[in-house]
Design a protein around this ligand. Structure first.
Ligand SMILES: NC(=O)c1ccc[n+]([C@@H]2O[C@H](COP(=O)([O-])OP(=O)(O)OC[C@H]3O[C@@H](n4cnc5c(N)ncnc54)[C@H](O)[C@@H]3O)[C@@H](O)[C@H]2O)c1
Length: 282
């Protein structure tokens, strides 16, 4: 199946990045936000990133102009009727996602692939709300989507092999490094990384280490490209806490529960980079 037209629902942190990846890969892209203004804002953000790529010599100016011409935004779902692939990146809550997939499965073509970018929800329980659950999979991008190559292609119990293969091939063609996995809590990376980062945060208090020294320890002693405190700040304390809670609820392992220290920081509004303060000040 050839994927030429891609829809992205939700143009926040992830959706705007995914739309950028798709448009740079040559697809016609339509992005949906809750209002025209938010759609326009996301479009400007993508324009800004592509302009920077031109300034740095990583992209030709005419390719950037052509890419921006392929990108439209809307506040409705009508324009999704002729999409080959739709990627959802709205709020991380089950009910709004289920409602959206039910709606999309009525609007989109029968052979369109519907993908969720959920971090921690069950793909199967989102797919059940769609008229054709066999067309529903997950394409789990990592933040920032234009920079991080990994995409986890998740096969839910009802997902067809054909839908999974087509999404895998498209991601590869878009310059990503896709991997396949089953619909299990946290998929691959988050299943491993979330409890590990929670251990790191607990070590701060247990071993009396400063965030600076902990990051120094893990980058210099374990070869991590980035320290755990800097990474949690980048992801966002609220996002990490939410994903920890979901994983803890699904698998029940104590290490998966968010550490007290992170819950305290979240309560104080210290959410990491996005709030200007987390383990470090930005
Ligand atoms: N932030 C991350 O690091 C990250 C990484 C991987 C996956 N995810 C997942 O991606 C999804 C989006 O996360 P995010 O960080 O981009 O969130 P975000 O809050 O930055 O963006 C969500 C966007 O969706 C819009 N929206 C909400 N309901 C909508 C609807 N019905 N139609 C259209 N737009 C709608 C909101 O206006 C908002 O702009 C979540 O499921 C999250 O778990 C996030």
């Amino acid at each position: 199946m050839e994927i030429r037209r891609v829809g992205v629902v939700g143009l926040g942190t992830m959706g705007a990045g995914i739309a950028q990846v798709a448009v740079q890969a040559g697809a016609e892209v339509v992005g949906r936000e809750v209002s025209e203004e938010l759609g326009e804002q996301a479009r400007s953000k993508i324009d800004h990133f592509l302009t920077r790529a031109v300034e740095k010599g990583r992209m030709e100016a005419e390719d950037k102009d052509a890419a921006m011409e392929r990108l439209t935004t809307t506040a409705t779902l009508d324009a999704f009727a002729d999409c080959d692939l739709v990627i959802e990146a709205i709020v991380e809550e089950l009910e709004p996602k289920r409602e959206l997939f039910s709606e999309l499965s009525k609007i989109c073509r029968a052979d369109a692939i519907l993908a969720t970018n959920t971090s921690a929800l069950s793909v199967g329980s989102i797919a059940e709300a769609a008229d054709r659950p066999e067309r529903v999979i997950s394409m789990h991008f990592f933040n920032p989507a234009p920079l991080l190559p990994l995409v986890e292609i998740v096969q839910a119990p009802a997902s067809s092999q054909e839908a999974v293969d087509a999404a895998y091939e498209w991601a590869e063609g878009a310059g990503k490094q896709p991997v396949r996995c089953n619909d299990t809590p946290g998929f691959i990376v988050n299943r491993i990384l979330i409890p590990l980062l929670n251990d790191c945060v607990r070590v701060l208090d247990e071993a009396g280490v400063t965030p600076d020294d902990l990051d120094k320890a893990m980058t210099n002693g374990a070869g991590w490209p980035m320290g755990p405190c800097a990474l949690v700040d980048l992801v966002g304390i609220d996002i990490h806490t939410h994903a920890s809670e979901a994983l803890h609820e699904a698998l029940g392992e104590e290490r998966m529960a968010p550490p007290e220290r992170l819950l305290r920081m979240q309560g104080e509004g210290k959410l990491g980079r996005k709030s200007g303060e987390g383990f470090f000040t930005y």
